[in-house]
Ligand binder design. Sequence first.
Ligand SMILES: Cc1ncc(COP(=O)(O)O)c(C=O)c1O
Length: 422
Amino acid sequence: MTITQPDLSIFQTLESEVRSYCRGWPTVFDRARGSYMYDEDGHAFLDFFAGAGSLNYGHNNPVLKRALLDYLERDGVTHGLDMSTTAKRAFLETFQEVVLRPRGLDHKVMFPGPTGTNAVEAALKLARKVKGRESIVSFTNAFHGMSLGSLAVTGNAFKRAGAGVPLVHGTPMPFDNYLDGKVEDFLWFERLLQDSGSGLNRPAAVIVETVQGEGGVNVARAEWLRALADLCKRQDMLLIVDDIQMGCGRTGGFFSFEEAGITPDIITVSKSISGYGLPMALTLFRPELDVWEPGEHNGTFRGNNPAFVTAAAALDTYWADGQMEKQTLARGEQVEAALCAIAGEHRGGVAGFRGRGLVWGLAFPDAGRAGWVCSRAFELGLLVETSGPESEVVKLLPALTISPEELDEGLRTLARAVRETA
Ligand SMILES: Cc1ncc(COP(=O)(O)O)c(C=O)c1O
């Protein structure tokens, strides 16, 4: 595809230098539908990024769009703080019926603010309040958001440095396989907890991603997660699963921890919960942890009612039966087979691949190569991004609603981009 140089002048002169995705994809997007985005010159791009996991049901999903348009057309409440509204009631009822009850979860639902980092901040605050302790344990290569509390439990040195103040009360521990399986799981962590001379303040909670999306698509084994849940119980620490990127079906089940059979005390959900890319976040917690005073955690944009409407429609449409999970796992096998072929073709040039459901990473030994692959993929009409501490992993995050043919097209483009950057 030949892309004529677009007019980017207003972005380059007025928009802050902090902008990032637009640098890797230097065009001006205009429309989007399903798994495709179109720029203003009509070039089509197959989207293997899905709004960083916010568009699990594709762009402008027609079922969700209909529900949204009907709601707006009848002047349904748009902004509602935390007032009770018909849209919020419908969402809560659907969430309970379709998501919580079938999974045996009795968690309370909190609307902490519109973004993922709002959900994480609320989770950390609540854990500290419940336990009366300050310290939180996180994991190497974790990513939990860009506000100060979330940054304190995030690994990436570049992102942490942006805080400009000391990031305190967080202690990192090795994520699954960080030490290449050479050390027994949780040996170090448990030893510190048991030793009154270790210097580790007793943590209020542990926060974990079951698959580290930003950290390089690092997949925790189910048995590691079970052992972590067990450790938390024995050592009186709350278990927070940050399901902001891996929840809403990304790994197969609605929650990414279902496969491991664990029940976190606190769960954070955002990104694809609205289903339409509208800002919305949830912090879920066991009922006995609901020690908030009214208004103790607040925020103007906790009642994005159009998001409640599309969220309820998404749950009704995709999660009332088990089809979505089966389809995601089948599509995941298609991706795995393609990545296996790419790795086989480029022995030495590819460090490996890993994933679950429809999140996959293709790792390169030469960190720069992943970025070149993404740039070449863009020229060939495919949107993919890097992740990992050195941006050494190409991360595949297609919409869960992608067709096998579209998936195949994107995987062939990826294979070509890898070949052409060898
Ligand atoms: C696991 C996880 N937690 C938290 C966040 C932060 O979400 P937001 O960017 O909406 O604040 C992200 C964003 O990528 C994430 O992947």
